[in-house]
Design a protein around this ligand. Structure first.
Ligand SMILES: [Mg+2]
Length: 109
């Protein structure tokens, strides 16, 4: 993924379409991803055959891509540095949680 191009296009898209329209677009794209994931889960219960997964799996990947593109635009709308700081905080917190779980599991064995 070319993040420089993604950032450049995100900035241009906000200028071209406007922040309000891109926020509405984000709502649409995030809703589509929610629907795709829900369909995928309902069509592919645990242990089901891989063939039933192909169509909804591709649809989910498309919606993930749409969301990444629009989320980059939201990042610019709300301030890339603020969002990047929050991402770092969330990643650190996630890493800490996984370490804590690993230590807890080791403690239980
Ligand atoms: Mg979409």
């Amino acid at each position: 993924m070319n993040t420089n191009r993604l950032d450049l296009i995100a900035d241009h898209a906000i200028q071209y379409f406007g922040t309000r329209n891109q926020k509405i677009k984000a709502i649409e794209e995030l809703s589509e991803l929610i629907q795709a994931l829900a369909k995928e889960i309902s069509f592919r219960p645990p242990g089901s055959h891989e063939d039933s997964f192909k169509y909804t799996g591709f649809n989910t990947m498309e919606e993930i891509a749409d969301c990444i593109v629009i989320l980059h635009q939201l990042r610019f709308i709300y301030g890339p540095h603020k969002i990047d700081d929050l991402i770092e905080f969330k990643i650190d917190r996630l890493e800490k949680r996984m370490k804590d779980v690993t230590h807890t599991d080791k403690g239980n064995k």
